[in-house]
Ligand binder design. Structure first.
Ligand SMILES: [Zn+2]
Length: 170
C-alpha cells in the first residue's frame, strides 16, 4: 500500500479508507470513475445497496449533519450563504418565501401537511410529530409506529368499547 496518490501529477496523501481498493486519492478515483458510464452505474448500484442498511443510513445522516454543523461553526459566511440560498429557493417555490401568516404561506402549509400527514388521523398527528421532531425517528419508521398504535387502539376499542385518547401510551 502506497500512502500517496498514484495518479501522475497528483501527490495527495491517501486517506485511510477501508473501502478504497486502488491507489488513487478520492478525487482522482472519482474523476477516473466518472469517465465510464458502466463504472458510474455500478457505483450508483453499490451506493444504493449500502443505503439499504438502516445502520449505514443512520451513520451517514449523523456524519453529514455533523459535517454541516462543523462547517457552519467554522465559517460564518457559509451560514449567510445558506440563508440567502434558502430565501432564493423560497422565492422560486413561491409561497414559502412570503411573510409568515400570509395567505400563500398558509396554503402551502396546508398542502404540505396534507401531503405528509394525509395518511394519519388527526388525533394521532401530535404523536407523529413528536416522534419525528423530539425523538428523532425517521418519518417512515414513525409512520409504521403510529400505524401499529392505531391498530392496537382499534383492537382495544373493539374489545372494550373505550375509545383511546390521541394515540398516546396507555
Ligand atoms: Zn490523486
Amino acid at each position: 500500500m502506497t500512502d500517496v496518490c498514484s495518479e501522475p501529477g497528483c501527490d495527495r496523501p491517501l486517506a485511510k479508507n477501508p473501502r478504497r481498493k486502488g491507489t488513487r486519492c478520492q478525487r482522482c478515483a472519482a474523476s477516473a470513475m466518472s469517465k465510464s458510464p458502466e463504472k458510474r452505474a455500478k457505483c450508483a448500484e453499490t451506493m444504493r445497496a449500502r443505503f439499504e442498511d438502516p445502520a449505514y443510513r443512520e451513520l451517514h445522516r449523523k456524519r453529514t449533519a455533523e459535517g454541516q454543523r462543523r462547517a457552519m461553526a467554522e465559517n460564518p459566511a457559509l451560514v449567510e450563504l445558506r440563508r440567502e440560498q434558502g430565501r432564493r429557493v423560497g422565492k422560486v417555490w413561491g409561497g414559502a418565501g412570503a411573510p409568515p401568516g400570509s395567505e400563500s404561506r398558509q396554503k402551502a402549509a396546508r398542502k404540505q401537511s396534507e401531503f405528509y400527514m394525509g395518511w394519519c388521523p388527526i388525533e394521532y398527528r401530535p404523536e407523529y410529530r413528536r416522534l419525528i421532531r423530539n425523538v428523532g425517528i425517521r418519518a417512515a419508521d414513525a409512520r409504521r409506529m403510529i400505524e401499529e398504535q392505531i391498530e392496537l387502539d382499534l383492537g382495544k376499542y373493539a374489545r372494550t368499547g373505550v375509545l383511546p385518547v390521541s394515540g398516546g401510551k396507555s
